[in-house]
Design a protein around this ligand. Structure first.
Ligand code: TTP
Ligand code: MG
Length: 432
């Protein structure tokens, strides 16, 4: 694979359940379901492979799971424990390549192209081995460490592109490795159902089914014009990926989110405009910092308000130019707040600020706007300080007044829901 890339997709098997099994080995070999009380109204977060044999899987009601598999052991789940395991898992991956893109708590892409020396040192293969050999050695070593250090099992797909690697890791499950050799991508994909292609949702699948297109091989053969007519500008890319051509990069960090938002609930409802504005200032700074970290700018700003009777409004504005600047987000949110309060001045229970319609932050040198450029440099310098010394190391006049009085994790603490980064790919039900 000299000129192609070697990308691993690593996904932990039955993740939440596996963490429970690692803590209590007496559960091994038994049908186990994480999600909560089977007499409650919740859904299954995940089921052990033993429970899956009975038809129990993620997202079905717990009551249904209980009917399908009455002997299953139902656990409420321990989200902090899963977060800790996820952190340790990602740390292992980063030992093999600096290019790790998380796709959620238990899965990530690892681009090992050009990581020969690192992998050679870790896995005892010659550093000039072929990329495919290095990638397989990395996959084995990752799986071994996940097993030894975390008592979990991981499945790995290896391919020249992200979507194929992801499909391959799924096909390798549980506890396996699958390499799709360079040049063999189209053949590997052809017999699979179209829904296997990451990013191809149920609506697109329904469209294709109506046209008699069921497999990726059939999708691969569709003319580009037809795909464009059906799915717009993203259509041709679906066709290319179905043929095994996927040039999308593995980006460091958590992957590219569709939106970034913060929200928090006040200890007591408030109609105090100064307090509401101060909250928006804090959120604007936090959201803008995240935008810059993932190298995105937002075209749309949304204000969310929930009143004391729980009625909730969302007000959005599309900006003339995309931004990742605190002041732009704050200014827009405050305008939205003023007009919302004019219409309805009731006390507010929850306030939120969101940024969406994210575009690539290809910061062009704008010769006619020297002021904006110098501000961008200042903002980046502040980001650097915050990254090194913590979010509260540098505060502006506005955020020195902390609206929630309990520090930077206020949104998480109060609502359990703040940033929606990266996880909106699948709608995940997490145990409460
Ligand atoms: P997945 O990787 O989709 O599933 P899994 O790890 O349980 O099983 P496998 O990969 O072996 O098929 O999701 C990872 C975790 O995310 C899962 O353990 C629980 C959580 N999750 C939910 O809470 N709700 C969901 O609907 C899904 C799909 C996952
Ligand atoms: Mg998994």
């Amino acid at each position: 694979m000299a000129s192609t890339r070697a990308i691993l997709h690593v996904d932990l098997d039955a993740f939440f359940v596996a963490v429970e099994l690692a803590r209590d080995p007496s559960l091994r070999g038994k049908p186990v379901v994480v999600g909560g009380d089977p007499s409650g109204r919740g859904v299954v977060a995940t089921a052990s492979y033993e429970a899956r044999k009975f038809g129990v899987h993620s997202a079905i009601p717990l009551a249904t799971a209980k009917r399908l598999c009455p002997q299953a052991i139902f656990l409420r789940g321990d989200f902090p424990a899963y977060q800790r395991a996820s952190k340790a898992f990602h740390a292992i991956l980063r030992d093999f390549s600096p290019l790790v893109e998380s796709g959620g708590l238990d899965e990530a892409f690892v681009d090992v192209t050009g990581c020969g020396p690192v992998i050679a040192a870790r896995c005892g293969v010659p550093s000039d081995a072929a990329d495919e050999e290095l990638a397989v050695a990395a996959a084995d070593a990752i799986r071994q460490r996940v097993h030894d250090e975390q008592q979990l099992t991981a499945s790995v797909g290896i391919a020249s592109g992200k979507s194929i690697a992801k499909i391959a890791s799924d096909a390798a499950k549980p506890d396996g490795v699958l390499l799709v050799p360079a040049g063999g991508e189209a053949e590997f994909l052809a017999p699979r159902p179209v829904r296997d292609l990451p990013g191809l949702g149920p609506k697109a699948e329904a469209h294709l089914t109506r046209l008699g297109i069921r497999t990726l091989g059939q999708l691969a053969a569709m003319p580009e014009g037809t795909l464009r007519a059906l799915f717009g500008s993203g259509g041709p890319d679906l066709g290319r990926r179905a043929r095994g051509i996927d040039t999308s990069r593995v980006t460091e960090g958590r992957g590219i989110p569709k939106s970034i938002s913060r929200e928090g609930t006040y200890a007591s409802d408030t109609a105090d405009t100064a307090l509401l504005r101060a909250s928006l200032r804090a959120y604007a700074e936090s959201v803008a910092t995240d935008l810059r970290r993932v190298e995105r700018k937002a075209r749309c700003v949304t204000l969310k308000l929930r009143y004391n009777d729980f009625s909730t409004i969302n007000r959005s504005r599309t900006l003339e130019r995309a931004t990742s600047d605190d002041d732009d987000l704050y200014g827009t949110a405050v305008e939205l707040l003023s007009s919302a309060l004019e219409r309805d001045g009731r006390a507010v229970r929850l306030i939120g600020l969101g940024a969406s319609q994210l575009v690539d932050d290809a910061t062009q040198l704008d010769l006619f706007e020297p002021r904006r450029n110098s501000r961008e440099s200042l903002v980046r310098a502040l980001d650097g300080l915050r990254a090194r010394y913590g979010n509260r190391s540098v505060r502006t006049g506005q955020t020195f007044f902390d609206p929630f009085e309990d520090g930077e994790d206020f949104a998480e603490k109060r609502t359990g829901l703040s940033s929606q980064m990266g996880l909106d790919k699948k709608k995940r039900a997490t145990p409460d």
